[in-house]
Design a protein around this ligand. Sequence first.
Ligand SMILES: C[S@@+](CC[C@H](N)C(=O)[O-])C[C@H]1O[C@@H](n2cnc3c(N)ncnc32)[C@H](O)[C@@H]1O
Length: 186
Amino acid sequence: MENAPHRVCPVEHAGGLDNRFRRWLHHPATLLAPYVSAGMTVLDVGCGPGFFTLELARLVGPTGQVIAADVQEGMLQLIRAKVDGSELATRITLHRCGPKRLGVTTPVDFALAFYMLHEVPDQAALFTELAAVLTPQGRLLIVEPPFHVTKSAFSATLARAHDAGLTPVGTAKVALGYAVVLGKSG
Ligand SMILES: C[S@@+](CC[C@H](N)C(=O)[O-])C[C@H]1O[C@@H](n2cnc3c(N)ncnc32)[C@H](O)[C@@H]1O
């Protein structure tokens, strides 16, 4: 069943997602290092302007791959502009998804869904696709903003993840965020 849809964060607001204050608040290397290591294939779903994508590309190193997926082409273009001509560009695949279809089939060791689930019209369908691409030991870190999402809405999100075969295996401490680490059940 579809959850109440919210509008997507417009490309014009991308500056609010990638700036000095955010870097201080959500220091990407500190936040991601526990989950990502060299050689991994990772997915940044709802990557926006790439605030976490670039750090993911550094962490996976030259033998790893990052799939940066977003429903808005404008967000992907911002990432392209940031990495164009650099070594990081060779590690990042930009992927345009549909509003109701992720459309990624590559197996991934880690997936990040940061501040994006509340914008997704059908979370259950997204979790089903994420469960299908996560490797057996793979991890999905979800973070939702308390200023847009109530505790009960976040619980409903976790219930949809559970129904798709993704259960909590840990928590993460994230400023201004409800954060849970999920893994495949069973
Ligand atoms: C608030 S931004 C967060 C961006 C990034 N994760 C961050 O933390 O900086 C949410 C992003 O999710 C994307 N998005 C919304 N619905 C989506 C969907 N169904 N599939 C993929 N991306 C989606 C939006 O286009 C937007 O770029």
